[in-house]
Design a protein around this ligand. Structure first.
Ligand code: PYC
Length: 415
């Protein structure tokens, strides 16, 4: 693949040539060293780091739809590492670190934008949780502090911080390193880089079965034929339990839709990411000027990816409580993605009782921001046969041991 550069762009402009496709189509081989199920940011990052960090290139990524068509293309692209548990903070902070350098690493502009991230506190109880998070963050070397309402008003002028609203703003957890990124570009950048390093990316390739013999994986069956392999990684979201079922592995995961919406573009006025857990709203402004909003997960387990009027109405009411000046903004579209929620709101990563069948699932509403570090950690697990320290707390066996990693307190999203 040619490197993208200003010179390349100029050459193409002068020659009026077509840019080569960002990744290639391949015939499916009958065997791969590693098969990754799921062509979102997690699966593609795993393929990329397998090749780049460990020289493992005989890798297939199988995607039943199109690359990035699941959670990776449906999230609100917020990045942060201000979690509640030390394990969570360390893990998401490594992801943020990888995101910071991703454009250079992948030679692809992923439009990472450090904005500052504010989680508003409207009650004494949430202020207490913010203080707790700030202390855990600082102990892990992550920049977070609790600020008062006056500072919130300075950082985000359009917010109503008066005492008039139903839930006045008392303060916020301020996390300066937080920000946003262009989610499609992250998927395309990883796909292009993984393809360049030798991985095969197979779209419209649905896994219909996983073959297990004598307790170990031997292959996957797909709508395009069987593939023999000793290693299968489940990097799916929404369908993770169904893929686990194929290997006979049970996980304590429930799937909930999470809706989001985007407005028409307006001039830049919102320079931070703002979250209100109490009002079930989070919002940021893209580089194009659109406001991207999300709310709480739908209150029932489902595989639906449709938007609802009920969500749009609730969202509008809550947004106007926070920023009354937005009353004339128009929503352009809304959608939903699927969140696989675990009992402790932490992911499930690493080996399973079936040898060669690995998990990178259970991301709830935190999946996109964890893409790079998950790929890096899963690649290391496969290449070395050992679970890296950074993900040791997220093993499937923690549920049997009762050693949960309670991360619900760091959710931006109401549940
Ligand atoms: O955890 O920051 C978050 C988040 C925002 C939207 C979904 N999750």
């Amino acid at each position: 693949m040619p490197r993208y550069s200003a010179l390349q762009l100029l050459r193409h402009g002068v020659r009026r040539g077509q840019f080569p496709r960002a990744w290639r189509e391949h015939e499916i081989r009958p065997r791969y060293d590693v098969v990754v199920v799921g062509g979102g940011v997690h699966g593609l990052a795993t393929a990329y780091y397998l090749a780049r960090n460990h020289g493992i290139r005989d890798v297939a990524v199988l995607e039943k739809g199109y690359l990035g068509g699941g959670g990776s293309g449906r999230n609100t692209a917020i990045l942060r590492s201000n979690y509640l548990t030390p394990e969570g903070v360390r893990f998401y902070d490594r992801s943020l670190e990888l995101y910071r350098h991703l454009a250079t690493d992948l030679n692809f502009n992923v439009m990472f934008s450090r904005r500052g991230h504010l989680t508003l506190a409207h009650t004494d109880a949430s202020l207490r949780t913010m203080r707790w998070r700030a202390e855990v963050n600082k102990l892990q070397g992550v920049d977070s502090e609790v600020v008062d309402a006056a500072e919130v008003a300075r950082l985000v002028p359009p917010l109503d911080v008066s005492t008039t609203p139903r839930y006045p703003v008392l303060g916020a957890l301020y996390h300066p390193p937080g920000g946003i990124v262009r989610h499609d570009a992250v998927v395309w950048g990883y796909a292009r880089a993984a393809d360049t390093l030798g991985a095969h990316l197979h779209q419209r390739t649905e896994v219909t079965g996983i073959d297990v013999e004598h307790g170990r994986v031997t292959g996957v069956r797909t709508n395009r034929g069987r593939i023999a392999t000793p290693v299968v990684v489940n990097s799916t979201a929404g369908w993770s339990t169904l893929v686990c079922d194929m290997a006979g592995v049970r996980t304590p995961v429930q799937t909930f839709p999470l809706q989001a919406a985007v407005t028409e573009p307006v001039r830049p006025f919102l320079h931070a990411v703002v979250v209100s857990g109490t009002l079930h709203v989070y919002v940021s402004q893209t580089d194009r000027g659109e406001l991207v909003f999300g709310g709480s997960v739908d209150p029932f387990a489902s595989y639906s990816m449709r938007g609802s009027l009920e969500f749009a109405e609730g969202l509008a009411a809550h947004v106007l409580e926070l920023m009354p000046a937005l009353s004339k903004m128009r929503l352009l579209r809304q959608w939903a993605g699927l969140c696989d929620v675990t009992p402790d709101f932490s992911p499930i990563m690493g080996p399973t009782p079936v040898e060669g069948f690995l998990l990178d699932v259970g991301w709830g509403t935190y999946g996109f921001k964890a893409g790079p570090v998950s790929g890096e950690a899963m690649a290391a697990t496969i290449a070395t046969g050992r679970t890296p320290e950074l993900i040791a707390a997220f093993g499937l066996d923690r549920f049997a041991r009762g050693e949960l990693v309670g991360e619900k307190g760091a959710a931006a999203v109401g549940h």
